[in-house]
Design a protein around this ligand. Sequence first.
Ligand SMILES: Nc1ncnc2c1ncn2[C@@H]1O[C@H](COP(=O)(O)OP(=O)(O)OP(=O)(O)O)[C@@H](O)[C@H]1O
Ligand SMILES: [Mg+2]
Length: 299
Amino acid sequence: MSASTRQLSEALTDTAVDAPDGSSILTVTDLALRFGGTKAIDGVSFDVKKGELFSVIGPNGAGKTSIFNCLSGVYRPQEGSIDFLGRSLLGMRPDAIAKFGVARMFQNIELFDNLTVLDNLMLGRHQHLQYGTLAGMLYVGKAKNVELANRRIVEDIIDFLEIEAFRKFPVGMLPYGVKKRVELGRALAMEPKVLLLDEPVAGMNVEETEDMARFILDIRAELDLAMVLVEHDMGLVMDLADRVMVLDFGQRISLGSPDEVQSDPAVIAAYLGEADEGPTLADEIAESKATEDAEEARS
Ligand SMILES: Nc1ncnc2c1ncn2[C@@H]1O[C@H](COP(=O)(O)OP(=O)(O)OP(=O)(O)O)[C@@H](O)[C@H]1O
Ligand SMILES: [Mg+2]
């Protein structure tokens, strides 16, 4: 960390949520989304509490990304409600939802490959604030100050994510693990009040995964930011999440603490019979349990 670096909590002051601890800030009720005959989401309800790390798991096609797409206004659900900080997100445009405090890290990286790390993060700032407005043109001096303040925030995020060495590199040139970090950085630059992470460690090696887990934990510790984590990496989910929701064919089949979910017969039953399609959730849970037991036995 350079001498001028601020703590993340000093740089990002808009992420704070004015709600009592333990209260729900995001409430999804009876959400339903159909594509023709496919029920991508089939009557799902859940809530996310202030500062909570809430995880959504389930096999491929279970509806996890579809839920994120509804939350961020990309898909319009046919039924149900989504309330965030006392306001309905239904019908709001994606950019308005982002400005209102819902930022997202995508399953497939969505950055501008030709732009540098710095510029991709600056775009995150621009999405957060009003830019290029008449006011901006009339008060050139003020706009310049705002730009400098934004630049400083972006530099703080770059320091926090330990990507200083890549600041001036076009994103397209960067290794996958670094790109994922840049995406996390862009989401942070938007100063969200909830962060949606869609498979943040997919395709990463062990070291990259551990780094990402550390950043998620640090963001949490510094900002007390609520996060929704979609992941297939069961070890990560069971380690990090306060609560876990399990989806199967668009339906919620379980919701509870990591321990409750892992031992829920409905969860275990739902994944039997998929053995010919590679490791099932039950396999993955058994594996992460075995690792945990081995670790416990060692300590
Ligand atoms: N734009 C779309 N058009 C048609 N069907 C869609 C669309 N988006 C999602 N679906 C369908 O909705 C279902 C849920 O998909 P979704 O991408 O939400 O699953 P997922 O849980 O994120 O899966 P994965 O773990 O593979 O990312 C799938 O059957 C998928 O084919
Ligand atoms: Mg998905």
